[in-house]
Ligand binder design. Structure first.
Ligand code: NDP
Length: 334
């Protein structure tokens, strides 16, 4: 394929406004159109970003593009991805892929049957920090990994304090929003698969009703490693972190659970402390670049549809464990 990939944006969203429109264009993609359920807002959005088509019809959007970026609220992803697969359009879908595993698996199966590429937009795999930690672990630099600790507690910005904390039908709450990223990043960095989870959730007043706004979870991996995840929407002054502690050394990723290409990684072992060299790059551009290559038949998206199913399975196990008050198996369907 020699021509640029023509993208259709499903949803006139914040994530596209803040990151994805620029990322797609930076790596040579075109934005062919945007679909919004609100015609007036869609047109304003299209005008602001110089997008040739604004439509309220998914069918019409699909006619104009090669690939869709599905970034609507989580409850809408499944039907929209199935429609895209039916029209044989490649799909990059936001996380969590859906509201339950049956839907997520159906989405992956539909894309596979249609012969189109499906990716999950787990941006953190593309961070230089996480890539460096993954390489260090694979090279044996910390020996056998025993524990991991993730701090992904943030203060949810005012402009995002909508459906995520208010509308249960969208798959709201911090676990489906943030723990899902932690679980993907842990799988990626450790090269290991989650097995079971225990957790407690918090309702500190930001989430409405039963919607949790904080969680402390423990995820056991197949190797026996225990990972601790601390995720919140309510903490204004935390610093994000990702640590892995092994028999021969520890890795300290600082300020790395973020959308920006920042952060550091320190290796601490018998030789002392060493800052790992990092090849910082825009996380979303890397995601789209890999997706474009996958369309050309060169490799896979940074995170595949199946990776999206597995991160969701882990987040769902964390939620179920918290509600049931007992350890819960992660249903990877393997
Ligand atoms: P938004 O709240 O910005 O958009 C979600 C939907 O809400 C849109 O499809 C849009 O529907 C509607 N909407 C957007 N803005 C307005 C508005 N001003 N007034 C009324 N309706 C509006 O969601 P996000 O961009 O924050 O998240 C979208 C998806 O992306 C989610 O699945 C989320 O989990 C994921 N996400 C992923 C991130 C990542 O780094 N991978 C980061 C942030 C989000 P319509 O256009 O049909 O009107």
């Amino acid at each position: 394929m020699t021509q640029n990939v023509r993208w259709g944006l499903v949803g006139a969203t914040t994530i596209s406004r803040e990151w994805m429109i620029a990322a797609i264009r930076a790596v040579g993609g075109e934005i062919a159109g945007v679909m919004s359920t609100n015609a007036e807002r869609g047109q304003k959005y299209a005008a602001e970003f110089d997008i040739p088509l604004a439509t309220t019809s998914l069918e019409k959007l699909l006619e104009t593009c090669d690939a869709v970026y599905v970034a609507t609220t989580n409850d809408l992803h499944c039907a929209q991805v199935l429609a895209a697969a039916k029209a044989k359009r490649h799909v990059l879908c936001e996380k969590p892929l859906a509201l339950n595993l049956a839907e997520a698996r159906e989405m992956v199966a539909a894309c596979k049957a249609a012969g189109v590429v499906m990716g999950t937009n787990h941006h953190l795999r593309n961070a230089a920090t996480h890539r460096a930690m993954r390489a260090a672990i694979a090279e044996g630099r910390i020996g056998r990994p025993l524990f991991a600790r993730v701090c992904h507690a943030v203060y949810l910005p005012e402009h995002l304090q909508g459906w995520r904390i208010k509308d249960p039908k969208t798959g709201a709450g911090v676990v489906m929003d943030i723990t899902v990223h932690d679980s993907d990043t842990l799988r990626f960095v450790l090269g290991d698969e989650p097995e079971a989870a225990s957790a407690m959730i918090q309702h500190a007043g930001m989430g409405s009703g039963d919607i949790e706004d904080g969680v402390l979870g423990i995820i056991r991996f197949r190797s026996g490693l225990l990972a601790h995840v601390f995720d919140a929407f309510t903490c204004r002054y935390t610093r994000t972190a990702f640590e892995v502690h092994g028999t021969e050394g520890s890795l300290f990723g600082d300020n790395c659970m973020t959308q920006r290409p920042v952060g550091t990684v320190t290796l601490r072992n018998a030789q002392g402390e060493t800052a790992l060299p990092l090849d910082q790059d825009n996380l979303y551009e890397r995601s789209v670049r890999a997706f474009h290559a996958a369309i050309r038949g060169e490799g896979a998206p940074s995170a595949t549809g199946e990776d999206g199913v597995r991160s969701m399975a882990t987040a769902l196990a964390v939620l179920e464990a918290a509600h049931a008050g007992r350890e819960t198996k992660v249903d990877l369907g393997l």
